[in-house]
Design a protein around this ligand. Sequence first.
Ligand SMILES: [Zn+2]
Length: 163
Amino acid sequence: MKFNYCPQCGEKLGLREIGDEGLMPFCNKCDVPYFDWFGQCIISAVINEYGEIALLKQERVSKIYWGLVAGYIKKGETLEEAVIREVEEETGQKVEKVEYLASYYHEKKELLMVGFICEVKKRKFNKSKEIDQVEWYSFERAKELLRSGSIARQLFESIKSMK
Ligand SMILES: [Zn+2]
């Protein structure tokens, strides 16, 4: 998303040359450039000590396919903190180890999705109200439950290629 007006003061933005970026929207009143906006999310595979992966079902997203833990990064959080918080909120699992895997850009939603893998010790799920179902699955089964081409599926494939 491009800025046309200053989100701080409401002034119509002009253009100014900003280093290598070239002409960028600029607020003369606040003296700041506004780079194009996009959202930032984390997405994480959650794996337990038995090699099972936690899949989540959200009926409002899909009635057929399952997904992985995902959520927006809050202001002031690191990526790792966002992953640990989202995993706990959505599944009730306590993260022992978090590792970066790969990132994806969702063009339509203007969203940068940063993908991680988390290790947990299997414990009872305590899911958030946002989630309809959460279950442990084997990797073979998970492959059938994650929609082909989805970012969740791409992240899942990148774990398999790691092993
Ligand atoms: Zn301004």
